[in-house]
Design a protein around this ligand. Structure first.
Ligand SMILES: Nc1nc2c(ncn2[C@@H]2O[C@H](COP(=O)(O)OP(=O)(O)OP(=O)(O)O)[C@@H](O)[C@H]2O)c(=O)[nH]1
Ligand SMILES: [Mg+2]
Length: 521
């Protein structure tokens, strides 16, 4: 963060717009469930309001030191409500977990997955498990299945065989069934048969999100995404204990226990949505300020772990950014300042990575965070071309981008960056407009910067012009203020200078109105 601040010190107004925000508070309850991550997220820098963790300032929760975003008077009360909403019990068991990974393989029919193979899906599921502290995969099983969902995935014979195998593994503590979502009765049934807890992709991804979410907005989004799980848990325990929840009334209330619990969850949902709306209003305001200042915004998107954060680090030279070899390392949209070769300042937005078969409600609760992408000037799609499933990853990202309803010109102008080429000797992007880079080793960055500049100038209607200005007048200082001055060539005998600037069309028409005597060269 210090590097970022140093880099932008000459333009203090820029740093205020990008950095101005309230420092996120550390979340005490997280310590209960994912201690190392929670500790890592607790950056003492946060307490000093520096933006913390070296991952750049989150785009939410702004309190601009320019005073442009006003805090409501009852902000303290709102904060307390928000913290209260984030206090919760562990979702997954704490401590060491030895997991048996069961992957249902659909070999034919409409449920057969495209562009992938069972062994690769197993590898991805395994990386999800390894993302969790103290979790390891000790057994892997690929089992023929009829449907890819979690209702009745297996035939009777297969299930019996599977149960025998799992029962014969006393060392395992949990089973990860690699389906998007398990129906609650299925979960209960399998847990009873196998004698250990059984998790689906939704629960595991949610837990990773919970461990990695740092800003209040991300944490509230996770809390919102957790509600369906809590609801289904409520209905399945009720059904299993045979009471149906209908006959036990809370004294005098006329409501059964389950009805009360459902109502409380509904209340909680409303409160979370309200708190999120408040935070988003602030974020939108900050976005409007950025746009008003006319900083080009470049959103960097891509599959999780493809190298988005590493690329932003390379482009901005911000040493405080710390990419990690972990899925969903970035969960908050963060803004970082960089400079194009023409010296135009741009804001790079680091975003949440995508994942195939990402549970729908999870995408929904995070889609608002990605609103910033729709408001950017350019989208950079980073791809890990060393990954065996790079094509599937690309398809997943493009589908997700379409889901975000980006404006057509933005979708059409997406700049594809092929990253990690150092791992693919002799790589060159076949017949596409993509730029090949190694963000880690810095290969291909000059070409990428040139392409970025070209695309940003085009997308924002900026042009490079050489203007003749009188040295005695106010033109030069006006240009320094309103445009990006690249070069000043003084002509003493004429009392003038030729100034090369990058200027937006609106600024240029203002300039011509104010200084009609100045000429374009
Ligand atoms: N070999 C190689 N590794 C890279 C390159 N770029 C990134 N990586 C590594 O890939 C891993 C993930 O990088 P990140 O930048 O955190 O990826 P991300 O897309 O931001 O990941 P999430 O935030 O989790 O979605 C890290 O271990 C990086 O060091 C590259 O060009 N070459
Ligand atoms: Mg990242």
């Amino acid at each position: 963060m210090w590097a970022l601040r140093a880099a932008i010190r000459p333009a203090a107004w820029l740093s205020r717009v990008v950095l101005g925000r309230r420092a996120p508070r550390p979340a005490p309850p997280l310590l209960l469930v994912c201690p190392e991550r929670a500790f890592a997220a607790f950056d003492p820098g946060d307490l000093k309001g520096r933006g913390g963790g070296g991952r750049g300032p989150p785009a939410d929760g702004p309190r601009s030191r320019t005073g442009e975003v006003e805090e409501p008077e009852d902000a303290e009360d709102e904060e307390e409500v928000e913290e209260e909403l984030l206090r919760r019990d562990p979702l997954l068991p704490v401590g060491t977990q030895r997991v048996c990974l069961v992957h249902p393989e659909v070999k034919w029919g409409p449920g057969k997955p495209q562009l992938t193979r069972a062994d690769r899906q197993v590898a991805e599921a395994e990386s999800l498990v390894h993302t969790l502290d103290q979790w390891s995969v000790v057994e892997r099983m690929v089992v023929p299945a009829r449907t890819p969902d979690g209702k009745v995935a297996f035939g009777r014979g297969t299930l019996r065989h599977l149960t025998e195998k799992i029962r014969a593994l006393p060392e395992i503590t949990a089973v990860f069934l690699n389906v998007e979502r398990m129906a609650p009765p299925t979960k209960k049934e399998l847990e009873a048969a196998w004698g250990v807890q059984v998790f689906d992709r939704f629960t595991v991804v949610l837990f990773i999100f919970r461990c990695n979410a740092r800003t209040k907005e991300a944490r509230l989004q996770v809390a919102l995404a957790e509600l369906p799980l809590l609801r289904s848990h409520l209905s399945s325990t009720t059904r299993l204990d045979g009471r149906g929840g209908g006959s036990r009334y809370i004294m005098g209330s006329g409501e059964s226990l389950v009805q009360v619990q459902r109502r409380l969850l509904k209340d909680k949902e409303l409160k979370i949505r309200k708190a999120l709306d408040r935070l988003r209003d602030k974020r939108r305001l900050l976005g409007r300020q950025r746009r008003r200042r006319e900083f080009p915004v470049v959103s960097v998107v891509g599959y999780t772990n493809c190298g988005k954060t590493t690329l932003i680090k390379a482009l901005t030279g911000d040493d405080a950014i710390r990419p990690q070899d972990r899925l969903f390392a970035t969960l908050d949209v963060t803004a970082h300042v960089g400079w194009l070769p023409s010296r135009v300042a741009v804001i790079y937005m680091d975003t949440v990575g995508f994942l195939s078969q990402l549970p729908h409600s999870l995408i929904e609760s995070f889609s608002a965070t990605l609103e910033d992408v729709a408001h950017s000037d350019l989208v950079v799609h980073v791809r890990d071309v060393s990954h065996p499933e790079t094509e599937l990853q690309k398809a997943t990202v493009l589908a997700a981008l379409r889901g975000l309803r980006l404006p057509a010109p933005l979708l059409d102008s997406v700049l594809e960056v092929h990253n990690k080429v150092d791992l693919v000797p002799g790589y060159s992007p076949a017949g596409s407009q993509a730029v090949a880079v190694s963000a880690l080793l810095g290969h291909g960055l000059p070409e990428l910067r040139a392409r970025l500049e070209d695309a940003v100038l085009r997308a924002t209607g900026r042009q490079v012009l050489t203007l003749r200005v009188r040295l005695a007048g106010a033109q030069l200082s006006w240009l320094h203020q309103e445009a990006t001055v690249q070069d000043v060539d003084v002509i003493p005998e004429a009392g003038a200078a030729d100034v090369r600037v990058v200027i937006s069309s609106s600024a240029y028409s203002k300039f011509r109105k104010l200084f009609p005597e100045s000429a374009s060269q």
